[in-house]
Design a protein. Structure first.
Length: 382
């Protein structure tokens, strides 16, 4: 963050200067994103592995705010294999939602912009790089190929329209050659699929007439309309009480087997990850610090942050005086250090941790970690 040297605070003049510069930068991004009739060749790409539904590589998403540039997502890479569930976990503010909003191109524009990296979406015969895909094409991809389930159902549901009409509308956008009655039957079928017994009745109801759990089911039905290739669920159960939470998780798990979609589930709850995910991505301060299969992450967590997260989770049958809590707090995304972002909170810190940000080290073909403790090369040289 730019600050006045003497006072330590930024002057209004400095803030105006940053704001002017930001407008210049974001205007260019916006112009590019809103172009019409962009040739497909500009955003066509090739998947590194065709078995992946989504490949995120070196993603950087910044917010150009009046007090400086917030590097909310700063070089994130991970894959979402086809038909699998990937759990993204990390403390509040670590960039989980910004990653998912980047994939959907639903960032708060013009402040939020993808500034680097690629997001390759597998469409079957071809693949698109979302970071280069213009607005008009994105509108067709959302819903058709990818959809999102938010923490708060009312983010997706419109309070003044009936549930059925809202799901019909999503279907109509993508099923252009189907009759109204075919669309209505599909909506009722979707409502039944998400466990709503009185689907015909709920079809005619307004969102406020439903309980929180039912609204979340309706939103999941909406997300499933058109069989998306990838469903992103951002804290889908956080706003619900524990019994309803368990029901929604059961629903997502059973849907996973019924549909052929990949699921990316975002949560700060390791219990949810343990129940749902095939692969786990651990994020810290806008970066991926560790990733691997669920078994690798739960049985052999490597990064001190992952180990800390595990230790702060209650375990059934194990009595402890006080649950562990990771000391300190996440660094300010506007002023990130040039060494390991976890260093100031790390209890395993060694001398070389003060060097540059640690590189990603492979522990197995599926398991990798960014931490100097596993940098054998350095050990050998020492
Ligand atoms: N619209 C915005 N303008 C400026 N900064 C933003 C904006 N949205 C997010 N950020 C910043 O990006 C960082 C990552 O936020 P994000 O919402 O992705 O966190 P999260 O991991 O989803 O946390 P939570 O678990 O609380 O949902 C935060 O530091 C946040 O302040
Ligand atoms: S690199 Fe060092 S400071 Fe960072 S997590 Fe590993 S041991 Fe801790
Ligand atoms: Mg979030």
């Amino acid at each position: 963050m730019a600050k006045n040297k003497e006072s330590g605070y930024m002057s209004a003049r400095e803030s105006r200067r940053i704001s002017r510069e930001n407008r210049k930068i974001t205007k260019e991004y916006e112009k590019r994103y809103k172009r019409k009739n962009v040739p497909e060749s500009e955003y066509l790409t090739t998947m590194r592995d065709p078995a992946n539904a989504l490949e995120i590589e070196g993603l950087r998403t910044y917010f150009f705010t009046d007090i400086g540039t917030s590097k909310a997502v700063d070089g994130v890479s991970f894959d979402v294999p086809r038909g699998k569930t990937v759990g993204v976990v990390g403390e509040s503010g670590c960039g989980k939602s910004v990653t998912s909003l980047s994939i959907m191109q639903l960032l708060q524009r013009p402040v939020g912009q993808i500034v680097d990296g690629s997001i390759r979406l597998n469409l079957g015969e071809k693949a698109y790089d979302i970071t280069k895909t213009p607005l008009d094409v994105m509108q067709k991809l959302r819903g058709n190929y990818m959809s999102m389930i938010f923490q708060e159902p009312m983010t997706s549901l419109n309070p003044v329209f009936r549930i059925g009409a809202q799901i019909d509308e999503v279907l109509q956008l993508h099923w252009t050659n189907h009759s109204d009655s075919e669309i209505r039957s599909r909506t009722v079928e979707l409502l039944q699929m998400v466990g709503i017994a009185n689907a015909e009745g709920v079809y005619k109801m307004y969102p406020h007439e439903l309980s929180g759990g039912m609204r979340q089911r309706a939103m999941i039905a909406m997300a499933l309309a058109c069989d998306p290739r990838i469903i992103i669920a951002d804290e889908p159960t956080t706003a619900l009480d524990v019994t309803i939470q368990a029901q929604i998780l059961d629903l997502l798990r059973s849907l996973k087997d019924q549909i052929n979609s990949s699921i990316m589930i975002i949560t700060h709850d390791l219990g949810v990850i343990a129940e749902m995910a095939d692969y786990v991505v651990v994020m810290y301060a806008g970066r991926v610090v560790e990733k691997g299969t669920a078994e690798e992450i739960f049985k052999e967590p490597a990064h001190p942050y992952t180990i800390g997260l595990m230790a702060s989770k209650p375990v059934v049958g194990k009595r402890v005086e006080k649950l562990y809590s990771i000391p300190g707090k996440v660094p300010n995304p506007i002023n990130m250090p040039d060494y390991c972002y976890f260093k100031d909170r790390c209890e395993s810190c060694v001398g070389r941790c003060a060097g540059g940000y640690p590189e990603e080290i492979r522990l197995s073909p599926t398991h990798s970690v960014s931490c100097y403790l596993y940098d054998v090369k350095e050990d050998e040289q020492a």
